[in-house]
Design a protein around this ligand. Structure first.
Ligand code: RI2
Length: 314
């Protein structure tokens, strides 16, 4: 029974399944399958499964929000709890599936005709905006960064090519070189904190700096389940540091006195962000607190532990 969960966790850890939205949806799908398979001790088994999924990648709060949403199931007995958990998992999956279309439409409106857009990594939310803007004649060309070390930029240019959108792939260090040719930066999010900071793929904050200097608007596309309720209570976002072997070959890793570091994400303060495009509207980063409160539900401390009861609006 735990095989479903262990295998899913491994796929998230190794990034076979990646991207903040995809891992969240995948976790909800996995919990749904697991709930359907649990025969007894529903609470105990579900808690264990949730824990295994949670301990895969620490940074994207979408994973936490997905698991938390499903785990707030209710019921008098195991059968009722199962039914409710499955229902909640399906609700969360629908939330993921419907958000992009709205984000695409809202985000596209912010982009003027024939613009050049720069994006980083591979974000399904940012691509939703770019693709819709292209359909409306607003995007003419896209600069996509390579996004070392995992090269998600290759996925992005492949996707752009499939959509017929002219794309230029650049190395991450060429961002400032090309920023003058760009009208907008559009990136995704792994987490938005209560104070409106963006946690996204390593290198995002450097792009934000270059964009600010060149007065290029910096837009973030983020579904509301990327907002972090935990940060409202002072918890800091854990930045995942991945294995050094993703960055350098063995002959470098074995050099005496040399350390190789591989943080996967960085933080961009809200001052660098013009707007966050969510499925409920284009909001300033200063409004993150309200999104967390209104959209993700209330949070309370119970026996010293933070408990969050997510709500969902259609
Ligand atoms: O949810 P969507 O918009 O698809 O992606 C959001 C973010 O998730 C990715 O992380 P990783 O590649 O899983 O480390 C990137 O940082 C990307 O910007």
């Amino acid at each position: 029974m735990y095989q479903i969960v262990e295998e899913a966790a491994e796929k998230i850890r190794t990034m076979e399944v990646r991207g903040a939205a995809r891992i969240a949806k995948f976790a909800a799908e996995t919990l749904k399958k697991f709930a359907e398979a649990v025969e007894s001790n529903f609470d105990e088994n579900m808690n264990k499964a949730a824990e295994i999924l949670l301990n895969t990648r620490p940074t994207a709060v979408s994973l936490y929000n997905a698991i938390n949403y499903v785990m707030r199931y209710e019921g008098e007995n195991d059968a009722e709890k199962r039914e409710n958990a499955v229902k909640r998992a399906e609700e969360f999956i629908r939330w993921v599936e419907t958000a992009h279309e709205r984000i695409g439409k809202i985000g596209a409106r912010r982009i003027r005709k024939n613009s050049v857009v720069m994006t980083h990594c591979n974000s399904s939310a940012a691509l939703a905006v770019i693709k819709e803007a292209f359909r409306e004649g607003r995007v003419a060309e896209v600069f996509a960064t390579e996004s070392r070390p995992r090269l998600q930029g290759h996925l992005t240019v492949r996707e752009l090519s499939n959509a017929g959108i002219p794309a230029t792939l650049i190395v991450d260090s060429a961002v400032r070189y090309f920023i003058e040719d760009v009208d907008y930066v559009v990136v995704g999010a792994d987490t938005i904190t209560a104070n409106g900071a963006l946690i996204n793929k390593i290198g995002t904050s450097q792009i934000a700096l270059a964009a600010k200097e060149a007065r290029v608007p910096f837009m973030v596309a983020a579904e509301t389940y990327k907002f972090s309720p935990k940060t409202l209570f002072g918890e800091l976002v854990v930045i995942e540091e991945r294995d050094a072997s993703e960055v350098a070959p063995p002959e470098i890793l074995s050099l005496k006195g040399v350390r190789v570091r591989n943080p996967a994400f960085d933080a961009t303060p809200r001052e660098y962000i013009d707007v966050i495009i969510t499925e409920i509207g284009a909001i300033p980063p200063e409004m993150a607190y309200l999104v967390i409160k209104e959209r993700l539900g209330y949070a309370v401390f119970e026996e010293g532990e933070l408990k969050i009861s997510p709500k969902h609006f259609d």
